[in-house]
Write a protein that binds this ligand. Structure first.
Ligand code: FAD
Length: 483
């Protein structure tokens, strides 16, 4: 891991060319007034939200505004063998948009038009740089609803698609993949492909679209998306449910899911709630217990919603919950969900540096996994904080440096992370539930899923990107000597 504040010069590989002054001119001809170089490229563009995974200065930042510009730029980069790293908003958590090998940082942020909201087919067509929060507002204006709800609303829809972002509502509505009906993408050689469309089902050959979803910018650049929308649910309420201990808390999850389909089902620990209170300067509605479940239900009628909430409360009490606090007004729900939304930043703010583990495990192994992380925390004398999507077994664990010396931190961090991924494998879990692999988890993926899947992934990469210019050093390509 790198210290938070150092911006590195890009690594250079013999297979890539450096950008020469003539290349910059060529880029400027493709994206007039939207190519930046040197010190004019802001620090933001050297990293994503996890600065720990490295800050690297690209040789040029290009901000195309059309598919044609992206296509010409990719063709040029291919001809000149220059690496290209796509970028949305840079809110990723695994170093996916970090231009480790320099070259061109291709920001899609200016391709941010909502092209169409079609209330007949319940679809929308957008450019990749549209922000999730802007899109949510726009579809709500038509009484419609885009269910994927990853925590960071300033992420782009393109970034969400290409990382297959999850989020709070995945337990009922699924992840971003379920809402992508079609896409336009530019291949590394500049060719433009169209996949899917406004159709709601599609069995026409291999699903290239599903291959691109979650490919983290290593196979193609997404330039347009057709998304599925739903009618807006009318009523929602949240239940905050304190438990005496973790085993009882997550033990209630299968009981709840046997009878209900909550929109969200999260678990949280008191220490994390306290960090969020401190971070936000506001009080959480309850802090009597060490662990909590937070559930949300939505429904078309108020009566049905209240019926579900009462029945779910009964199940919780039957599972030894200490209490059930129902929030059925927007303000009360907002106060709880604002705290939940601040967990990551609050934990980050409480330490000097951290590493993140985003494993997904079978839902009935959550307690075992979190207990194990607590044992590691004690064994290594390092704070480990966790929260997660109890409804889908996706856990977020943060290993915190605090005041440890760099060498000692590096040793203990690595030992804990190795042990966590080993344990995830042992309980039949996977390396990432939603944040992806990026740069940070490449070794854990290649070590975790077996030789044959990795061999196939490398073959797929070679078909899409034979020159290896698109987002090198990510997902399946370890960087030699990487920290
Ligand atoms: C506070 C916080 C909460 C978060 N909560 C969640 C959560 O609940 N669930 C979740 O899944 N994630 C979450 N994230 C992570 C992050 O927001 C998502 O991964 C998001 O999808 C990244 O979008 P972005 O536009 O910021 O992409 P970036 O970070 O810019 O890029 C991410 C990856 O996508 C590639 N990329 C971006 N745009 C394109 C494109 N158009 N074509 C090809 N490749 C592209 C990049 O090369 C990179 O590999 C959270 C992050 C933060 C900071």
């Amino acid at each position: 891991m790198l210290p938070n504040d150092s911006i590195r010069a890009p690594r250079r590989l013999a297979q890539y060319n450096m950008l020469l002054p003539g290349d910059i001119e060529a880029l400027r001809a493709i994206c007039p007034n939207r190519v930046t170089t040197g010190a004019d490229i802001g620090e933001d563009y050297t990293r994503d939200e996890m600065t720990e995974y490295g800050k690297y200065m690209p040789d040029a930042l290009a901000e195309p505004v059309s598919t044609d510009e992206v296509s010409r730029l990719m063709r040029f980069a291919g001809e000149r063998r220059i690496p290209v790293t796509p970028r949305g908003s840079g809110t990723g958590l695994c170093g996916g948009c970090v231009p480790v090998y320099g070259g061109i940082l291709l920001s899609l942020a200016k391709m941010n038009r909502i092209i169409e909201i079609d209330t007949e087919t319940l679809t929308a067509v957008v450019e990749p740089g549209v922000l999730l929060m802007d899109f949510n507002k726009a579809v709500a204006g038509h009484g419609l609803f885009y269910p994927p709800d990853p925590g960071e609303k300033s992420a782009t829809i393109g970034g969400n698609a290409i990382t297959n972002a999850g989020g709070m509502r995945a337990v009922k509505y699924g992840v971003t993949r379920e809402y992508i009906l079609g896409m336009e993408a530019v291949l590394p050689d500049g060719e433009v492909i169209e996949l899917g469309g406004k159709v709601v089902k599609n069995s026409s050959g291999y699903s290239l679209q599903n291959l691109l979803i979650g490919s983290e910018g290593t196979l193609a650049v997404v330039t347009r998306l057709t998304l599925k929308l739903l009618p807006q649910p009318k009523y929602a309420a949240s239940l905050l449910v304190p438990f005496d201990n973790l085993t009882e808390c997550v033990g209630a999850v299968p009981h709840l899911l046997r009878s209900f389909t909550p929109t969200a089902l999260e678990f949280m620990e008191r220490e994390v709630i306290e960090a969020a209170e401190q971070y936000l300067g506001s009080r959480f509605p309850d802090k009597q217990s060490d662990v909590y479940l937070l559930l949300t239900f939505d429904s078309a009628t108020k009566a049905e919603l209240m019926h579900i909430c009462d029945a779910a409360a009964e199940v919780c009490i039957g599972c030894k919950a200490g209490d059930v606090l129902i929030s059925d007004t927007e303000e009360r729900q907002e106060s709880i969900w604002t705290a939940r939304g601040a967990f990551l930043q609050a934990i980050k703010g409480s330490t000097t540096q951290m590493d993140e583990c985003d494993v997904v495990v079978p839902r009935n192994r959550i307690a075992e996994f979190v207990q194990y992380s607590r044992a590691l925390s004690t064994k290594y004398g390092v704070r480990v904080r966790s929260f997660g999507h109890a409804g889908d077994g996706n856990l977020h664990l943060y290993v915190l440096k605090d005041q440890l010396e760099d060498d000692e931190w590096e040793k203990r961090r690595k030992a804990i992370m190795d042990a966590l991924y080993e344990k995830a494998r042992a309980v039949e879990g996977h390396v990432s539930g939603e944040h992806g692999i990026g740069r940070a988890k490449v070794d854990y993926l290649t070590g975790g899923i077996g030789e044959n899947p990795i061999r196939l992934m490398r073959g797929i990469k070679a078909v899409f990107d034979p020159l290896g210019i698109l987002n090198p050093g990510k997902v399946i390509s370890p960087i030699e000597g990487d920290e």
